[in-house]
Ligand binder design. Structure first.
Ligand SMILES: *Cc1c(COP(=O)(O)O)cnc(C)c1O
Length: 394
């Protein structure tokens, strides 16, 4: 099909041309004396993205899924009780992985479309007088439903219960796109992946450990080898890795961090918020609903849009892809066929997002969903015009 593919799945996201170019590098000796000039600043600048001064960052040649495992195995022992909630495919998969690692996973079901129920969490921690619960796991942004949980409120709940549990967050579809503050929010392990807010191909698991989490490693009995942070703590200070890193991805990460830090993280968060709100205006103008059940859950990186009764969201995606070369995100698991998703994170501006909204509108009409032509695009555009930053006259 001529023209480009319009990629609006919530990861992998669009890669900026500057990042693509930066990855076009010849192979390099990863033991060379000047290699640390690349590695050391990467680890330092990653701390700025996680917003930590006290934490330590790690770069693994892996994906977000490995990040879940790195977080847990480096800090816990088989049989340790962890407390978490299931409200979407990613929170579900983290629970599944934790069980397979031999942890004692206490999880509570939450309707898909809501996030971590903080009052329940606080009550449960208060009940746990003997501190059996070693860890609280939270999926910051549930990518399957477009729901963002309130991490500062979770921290407050843990503190209100004066509970010593470690606090773990999955930030794969939030970090580098929406507000995240490792130190201020008292997070112990945060993990992300390279192919969402970091605007890179998949292939890097990016993590940050607090000092408390680093100390927990000593007693952690979960089996680990390749995913042990210990080898990194030995090699990283000198600017090296315990094994061959993906050199193009490291150069890409360098460029992506430059772009994010040049734009400024607060500006990055504000851009995502504004693009997301435009998308939500489009959904409202179509007369449709989001999977997220309340504005307090709205995600600024992905919107899961519920199709009307009697329609299958997979048909919408089919027309979008084959007629308009537009990739929309699928409904996963429990919401399969019920929602399609527009990912609005990473390297993105208003007119790029218009292509996703226009294409979704066309594909919905193609399958018989009676949205008014142009209504979504019009609502989004008007919102973006009204909220555009002031521009000095020519
Ligand atoms: C994408 C995603 C993952 C999985 O990451 P992979 O890189 O595909 O392993 C985990 N959690 C969340 C919230 C995600 O969005």
């Amino acid at each position: 099909m001529p023209g480009r593919n319009h990629l609006y799945v919530p990861g992998p996201t669009n890669i900026p041309d500057a990042v693509l170019s930066a990855m076009h590098v010849p192979s390099q000796d990863h033991r060379a004396p000047d290699f640390p000039k690349l590695v050391k600043p990467l680890l330092e600048d990653l701390k700025k993205i996680f917003r930590t001064e006290k934490g330590q960052c790690f770069i693994f040649p892996a994906t977000g899924t490995a990040g879940w495992e790195i977080a847990l195995t480096n800090t816990l022992s088989p049989g340790d009780k962890v407390l978490t909630y299931r409200f979407g495919q990613f929170s579900h998969l983290w629970i599944d992985l934790a069980k397979r690692l031999g942890l004692d996973v206490e999880f509570h079901e939450v309707p898909w479309g809501q996030g971590v129920p903080v009052d329940h969490l606080e009550a449960r921690l208060k009940e746990d007088k003997s501190h059996q619960i070693k860890a609280v796991l939270a999926c910051h942004n549930e990518t399957a439903t477009g729901v963002t949980s309130d991490l500062p409120a979770i921290r407050k709940a843990i503190d209100a219960a004066a509970h010593p549990a470690l606090f773990y967050i999955d930030g794969v579809s939030s970090i580098a796109s929406i507000e995240f503050r490792m130190d201020e929010w008292g997070v112990d392990v945060a993990l992300s992946g390279s192919q969402k807010g970091f605007m890179l191909p998949a292939g890097l698991a990016l993590l940050c450990f607090s000092q408390k989490a680093l100390a927990a490693r000593e007693g952690a009995q979960c089996k680990r080898a390749f995913l042990d942070i210990y080898d990194h703590t030995v090699h990283n200070p000198g600017g090296y890795f315990p094994y061959t890193p993906s050199i193009p991805l490291l150069h890409g990460l360098r460029k992506a961090l430059d772009l994010l830090l040049e734009e400024g993280l607060d500006t990055v968060y504000a851009r995502h918020a504004r693009l997301a709100e435009g998308t939500r205006r489009a959904v409202a103008a179509w007369g449709l609903k989001l999977c997220a059940q309340d504005p307090k859950w709205y995600s600024n990186t992905v919107s899961a849009i519920v199709v009307p009764e009697g329609f299958d969201a997979r048909d919408v995606m089919h027309y979008a892809y084959h007629r308009y070369n537009l990739s929309l995100g699928a409904g996963l698991s429990e919401v399969m066929g019920k929602v399609f998703r527009i990912g609005h994170l990473g390297d993105l501006n208003e007119l790029m997002l218009c292509s996703a909204i226009a294409g979704a509108e066309m594909a919905m009409r193609d399958v018989g969903i009676q949205v008014t032509p142009g209504s979504g695009v019009g609502a989004a555009c008007e919102y973006w015009r009204e909220t555009a930053p002031a521009l000095a006259p020519r």
